[in-house]
Design a protein around this ligand. Structure first.
Ligand code: SF4
Length: 424
């Protein structure tokens, strides 16, 4: 309650009045000129529906695959018509479970290569339940560079609670398989703050990951969004989530374990081995999102595609950009978003910071004074670097920000294909 209120106050202090998403006719979106951008592709199909899942996903339906592919290719083409053959500095394929459309992905990537110039890495996420040697071979052949596997836990008890359709043995096999395929990096996601979980359980998962030799470990707390059935399930069964004191202790132990085992921190949630490229889905500044519910962040504008898979398909097949709701991003707001994501990275380049913020910006001066007094960051010659404590509080803010923000926007966007207005 107090943290929710604090999050709201901080957001209002920096962002000003309520932020508003409003219905948008795609033809009214004013596209800025671009010559380079990142790209996100959303594949919403899952073969098992995890009860805690907050993402825009639907049960795999063979009949919908061909029209969805067609819609994706049309949307790519719509952007090509607008921007021409621009540079795509990275491609991130998420979901859902993108590997459920493994053969279609090859067609999508070929279309991107034909229409744009891909200069950076191609990343994909997947789930252990839908992963095997054949899929790895295909991912390698289509030029995937980095892969992330949603392991969540190596403990059968938690896999059961989470409703994951594989056991710890399968999870381990999948990681070994992925590591043997020589991707530039293999990330695994592990959850903490699970019901009745203690530090010993968390450290046991980390130890397994590090012994297997994964390149990157991303640890994140279980989000109990009210609209997911796990939110209901936990309430109905009165299962106890670890409290804030336990969460603080777990976070410190995760941090210390990773640092002691030669992983360095690259975001509040992620740790990588030295000299491994970083896998990240969320920290890009500008990107185009393709697919149902995908969002796009372009200079001055941020918008979501319709979350309804059927409406998305109909719109794209009619050669209409499936954008549903939009929010104007003022230059001030864009600067604060930039700062937020650099805090999330745990490091801020002083040179870049000085280019973006005027030396006398009072809100920023005040913010940095408070953070310094609380011991949340330290300075090196070139950077502001979050301390472990600072990273924990950003993790907490991220957790509650995500809960408040995503819960509100996504609940409405999942209910209504073309919402009139969403205020946050
Ligand atoms: S596999 Fe991933 S996207 Fe699909 S339902 Fe489970 S958590 Fe959600």
């Amino acid at each position: 309650m107090i943290i929710n209120l604090a999050t709201k106050i901080v957001r209002r202090f920096f962002a000003g009045n309520k932020q508003k998403f409003v219905f948008v006719k795609s033809e009214e979106i004013e596209m800025p000129a671009l010559n380079k951008i990142d790209m996100y592709i959303h594949i919403p199909f899952c073969k098992s529906m995890c009860p805690y899942c907050p993402y825009n996903r639907i049960a795999y339906n063979k009949e919908m695959v061909a029209p969805y592919l067609e819609a994706i290719l049309n949307e790519i083409d719509l952007y090509y018509q607008k921007f021409g053959k621009i540079e795509i500095s990275s491609v991130y394929i998420g979901g859902g479970t993108p590997t459920n459309l493994i053969d279609e992905l090859n067609i999508i990537l070929n279309s991107l290569r034909e229409k744009f110039f891909i200069s950076g890495d191609i990343c994909i996420e997947t789930s252990p339940a839908d992963f095997n040697e054949d899929i790895i071979k295909k991912l390698k052949n289509m030029g995937i560079d980095l892969i992330s596997i949603g392991i969540q836990s190596f403990d059968d008890k938690y896999l059961n609670i989470l409703g994951r359709k594989y056991d710890s043995k399968k999870a381990e096999e999948v990681v070994k398989l992925a590591l043997s395929a020589n991707f530039k990096s293999v990330n695994i996601d592990l959850m903490f703050v699970l019901p009745d979980q203690n530090s010993r359980n968390v450290l046991s998962d980390l130890s397994k990951a590090s012994k297997l030799g994964v390149d990157q470990i991303t640890t994140y707390p279980l989000f109990t969004f009210p609209y997911t059935s796990v939110g209901q399930y936990l309430k109905l069964n009165k299962i106890k989530m670890p409290n804030i004191i336990k969460r603080r202790k777990m976070y410190r132990e995760i941090h210390d374990y990773c640092i002691e085992n030669d992983y360095k921190q690259v975001s509040v949630w992620s740790f990588i081995k030295e000299s491994t490229p970083r896998y990240s889905s969320v920290t890009r500044d500008t990107y185009i999102g393709i697919g149902a519910g995908a969002c796009s962040s372009l200079p001055g504008i941020f918008y979501f595609n319709t979350f309804s898979v059927t409406d998305y398909i109909n719109s794209a097949l009619n050669k209409k950009l499936p954008a549903a709701i939009t929010m104007d991003i003022t230059s001030q707001l864009a600067k604060y978003y930039w700062l937020y994501w650099r805090f999330y990275d745990t490091k801020i380049s002083k040179k870049k910071f000085e280019e973006i913020f005027a030396p006398k910006e009072l809100k920023i001066k005040l913010l940095f004074s408070i953070l310094k007094a609380m011991g949340l960051y330290k300075e090196t010659k070139d950077e502001f670097v979050l301390t472990e404590r600072g990273a924990f509080y950003i993790h907490l803010l991220q957790n509650y920000f995500v809960l408040n923000y995503i819960n509100k926007v996504w609940t409405i966007a999942k209910r209504e294909a073309w919402p009139k207005k969403i205020e946050i």
